[in-house]
Design a protein around this ligand. Structure first.
Ligand SMILES: [Zn+2]
Length: 141
């Protein structure tokens, strides 16, 4: 409900501005000896076309950015796996929402591979308290 109010408000505001600008354009046209209403309508139409073009451009720009972000996220979840049949490398992307059995269709031999995920553990690298070049010892964080 609140969101709708903002939309309605914005619509009224932009329509108001369009009307004001068109009014001035119409008056200018009238002073130059042209039809007031024709100028008014012409400028209103031009503004609506311009604004809708700008807004659609903005939307497509943001959609593109969001898509790129999603792709960047997926990139970290991708790996190259060799096919178990022909040993050809294949790019595999793990989707977090994919809870079913992981399968990979080989790009070259079209056979299906079952992918198993293994977890490994490692120690976190700890800072060694070695004096730096300037003689000031490194502090532990
Ligand atoms: Zn293969």
């Amino acid at each position: 409900m609140f969101k709708l109010d903002i939309k309605v408000k914005n619509f009224i505001k932009s329509t108001f501005y369009v009307c004001i600008v068109s009014l001035f354009a119409g008056m200018g046209g009238y002073l130059l000896g042209y039809n007031f209403l024709a100028f008014f309508l012409l400028f209103a139409a031009i503004q609506y076309i311009l604004f809708s073009a700008i807004s659609s451009l903005m939307i497509s720009f943001f959609v593109e950015k969001t898509k790129q972000k999603e792709l960047d996220k997926l990139e970290s979840l991708s790996t190259i796996l060799n096919c178990a049949y022909c040993n050809q490398p294949n790019l595999m992307t793990f989707l977090p929402e994919n809870t079913s059995r992981l399968e990979l269709e080989c790009d070259s031999c079209k056979k299906k591979n079952v992918v198993t995920i293994g977890f490994t553990v490692a120690r976190i690298t700890e800072m060694v308290n070695v004096p730096s070049v300037t003689g000031i010892p490194l502090e532990k964080i």
